[in-house]
Ligand binder design. Structure first.
Ligand code: ATP
Length: 309
């Protein structure tokens, strides 16, 4: 019996690893819609964060179909260690910027650099490891809450998982469930609310602790109060660790305190600067801000409150 148990344990490990990598593939292919045409160069090198994680788009042009350009001659710099927001009308290409950075697609013209390294010269695994994303719709596994957070770093201890959950404002809610961290989230997280899913996703990325972070409408399902307290926690983590971060957002109230705000329209950057500068210059951003503030005031005086769904 003793002799047999060794190979069986070994097989168990292999099985678990295999299952984990299948899960990874499933997430990548089904949920992130990876383009398998992207190939790694034979002499690709690991990413080296020599300047703290500066992201630069140089004359980038891209369309999912050649006859329908999405980004046109896009130039932008996301400074290392800063909090940057990308805003613009729906469909203008904000999430596309993130997909290009992940190299789910390559641009048709121009180049994308991280700390002066063209991402086409970087090993894909090392590129994707360096970037953490809280996407619009988080891929969750039909598994426990603990597993879903731990996915950010499979080596993390229970304590580390719970510390991340606390910072993501989800710990108390989880403690209130009968099975606590063992609670199953259901197929694609059906058993928990949209706001809880978003907080799980934030906990996962806090645990992953990557040098570059993207939040793509990451708090849109939360009520204003929870959103503000979660954003405050995220901000303190980003500042503490001097992480480069990018927030894609519709509601300007959630990003107006960014170090830099980039305004996109028709696939180009039309304005950039701090909130104060953009308001003073009276352009697209300032119009958007006024429109949203008017809605807020009307919402407060009247019935429905915009932004609280
Ligand atoms: P939103 O604010 O609504 O999330 P966005 O600015 O993030 O929008 P993107 O998701 O970048 O917009 O999409 C830009 C355009 O590209 C949209 O018109 C969209 O329909 C189109 N698009 C996105 N993904 C694909 C795809 N895989 N194939 C073809 N077209 C796509």
């Amino acid at each position: 019996v003793f002799q047999l148990s060794v190979p069986l344990n070994f097989l168990g490990t292999v099985y678990r690893e295999l299952r984990q990598s299948l899960l990874d593939m499933e997430t990548l292919f089904n949920l992130q819609k990876v383009n398998v045409a992207i190939k790694e160069k034979e002499d690709a090198k690991p990413l080296e964060l020599t300047s703290g994680g500066e992201i630069r788009f140089e004359n980038v042009a891209f369309g999912y179909r050649p006859d329908r350009p999405i980004l046109r001659d896009l130039n932008l710099t996301i400074p290392a260690g800063k909090k940057v927001a990308i805003v613009g009308p729906s469909g203008c290409g904000k999430s596309t910027i993130l997909r290009l950075l992940f190299r789910f697609y390559d641009p048709q013209a121009g180049r994308i650099l991280i700390d002066n390294q063209d991402i086409r010269d970087i090993k894909l695994e090392s590129l994707r490891k360096a970037i953490g994303v809280v996407p619009q719709d988080t891929p969750l596994f039909n598994n426990s809450i603990e597993h879903n957070i731990q996915y950010g770093n499979m080596e993390a201890t229970k304590e580390e998982v719970q510390a991340a959950a606390k910072r993501a404002r989800i710990h108390e809610i989880v403690e209130g469930f009968p099975d606590r961290y063992g609670t199953m989230v259901g197929e694609r997280g059906m058993m928990i609310s949209g706001g809880e899913k978003q907080r799980l996703a934030v906990a996962r990325v806090i645990l992953k602790d990557p040098p570059l972070l993207f939040f793509d409408e990451a708090t849109s399902a939360l009520d204003t109060h929870t959103e503000q307290s979660l954003l405050a926690n995220i901000n303190s983590i980003l500042r503490e660790k001097a992480r480069t971060s990018v927030f894609i957002a519709h509601r300007l109230r959630t990003i107006y305190d960014s170090d830099l705000i980039i305004v996109l329209r028709d696939g180009k950057m039309v304005e950039s600067g701090t909130h104060e500068r953009l308001i003073d210059s009276g352009g697209v951003y300032s119009e958007l801000w006024s429109a949203q503030e008017t809605l807020m005031v009307e919402g407060e005086n009247g019935g429905g409150r915009p932004g609280e769904d």
